[in-house]
Ligand binder design. Structure first.
Ligand code: 3HC
Length: 304
């Protein structure tokens, strides 16, 4: 019966308004992605200062696009005008889909999803941008586990084309089809995968990033030479240490720690001590002005 229902309703959901909960680097980027695609967005944060940071992120990013001639001032105004900033989750009652992008703590995410269950209309799809936690464990904290999926965007969200659509054993196939159609509308490519630690991209990427830190930690190669080796020899847009600075060392460490615990304690994901020390010392990458590199005012490029 479920199969028949799925075929009949596949890709049929109308997405007019969506919500984003948590406006850090990823959440604010996801707001921009939705607003660029013409959707109305309710952007939610826990308090006014966090809301202001999210708003500043969106304004900064769209102003940069205008300065580079990629967006007209009118289109920028229209884009920003589609976003409503709200404190708390009460404003999410009418949205068709919510993407949660709060910090990577299972207890926090489960609490947010419990709240979303109460606030959102029953037909709304509830999605998590989690990078390494179990979508299944998040789903069972809601009143509608069949309408919960992972929608894992990549940093910077407005630029990166991939979205990992994570289905659990109870996700309705029609919801996966709707998520797939939505990704197309956003100009992204959605790949569908099961609920495994780190999904596909992070499961493969973070062993590599971790090993890069380890090589520098052991004095085997300098920071610059290691990044140059992978950029020029691997045909990559940036070397692994520059990429960790972009992702945020704290996020990188969280992903590694979670994958280590969930993925059978694979030594590949045992975080390099240097990474942990840098996080403890507050060297989180671009967002704090210093990680493996230091960054100038604009935080656009390493000062080296
Ligand atoms: N927001 C919006 N647009 C941005 C942006 C941002 N934060 N950063 C860059 N851009 C845009 C620029 O405006 C530019 O657009 P244009 O081509 O239309 O002019 C374009 O992206 C290219 O930017 P730049 O010319 O400034 O710089 P680069 O060519 O070096 O590109 C990059 C920057 C897109 C970040 C590129 O270096 C890259 O692809 N790096 C790899 C990123 C990556 O691997 N991300 C995945 C990380 S893993 C992850 O996110 C998973 C999570 O769970 C941890």
């Amino acid at each position: 019966y479920l199969q028949v229902t799925a075929c009949e309703t596949a890709g049929m959901a109308e997405f007019t308004a969506v919500g984003v909960v948590g406006l850090g680097t990823m959440g604010a980027g996801i707001v921009e992605v939705f607003a660029r695609a013409g959707l109305r967005v309710v952007a939610s944060e826990i308090d006014e200062p966090a809301l202001e940071r999210g708003r500043a992120h969106l304004t900064g990013s769209t102003d940069r696009a205008v300065a580079r001639g990629k967006l007209s001032p009118d289109d920028r105004d229209a884009l920003v005008g589609r976003v409503t900033f709200v404190v708390g989750m009460a404003g999410l009652a009418d949205v068709d889909l919510v993407v949660e992008a709060v910090p990577e703590r299972l207890d926090l995410k489960r609490r947010v999803f419990g709240e979303l269950s109460k606030v959102c209309k029953p037909s709304a799809i509830l999605a998590s941008n989690t990078s390494s936690l179990s979508v299944t464990e998040i789903a069972v904290s809601t009143d509608r586990p069949d309408r919960v999926v992972g929608l894992h965007f990549f940093n910077p969200a407005p630029v990166m084309k991939l979205v990992e659509i994570v289905r659990t054993v109870v996700t309705d196939p029609a919801v996966v089809a709707d998520a797939q159609a939505l990704c197309g509308r956003l100009g992204k490519v959605g790949v569908t995968i099961g609920d495994r630690a780190g999904f596909v991209a992070n499961a493969l990427l973070f062993g590599y990033l971790n090993q890069a830190v380890s090589m520098v930690e052991h004095g085997f190669v300098s920071r610059d030479d290691l990044d140059a080796a992978m950029r020029l020899g691997g045909g990559l847009p940036m070397g692994p240490l520059t990429l960790l600075d972009l992702i945020g060392l704290d996020v990188g460490l969280e992903v590694l720690d979670t994958m280590y615990e969930r993925g059978g304690r694979n030594v590949r994901h045992a975080a390099a001590p240097l990474l942990r020390q840098m996080v403890t010392a507050g060297l989180l990458g671009r967002k704090t002005g210093r990680g493996f590199y230091t960054y100038g005012e604009s935080a656009a490029a390493p000062d080296a």
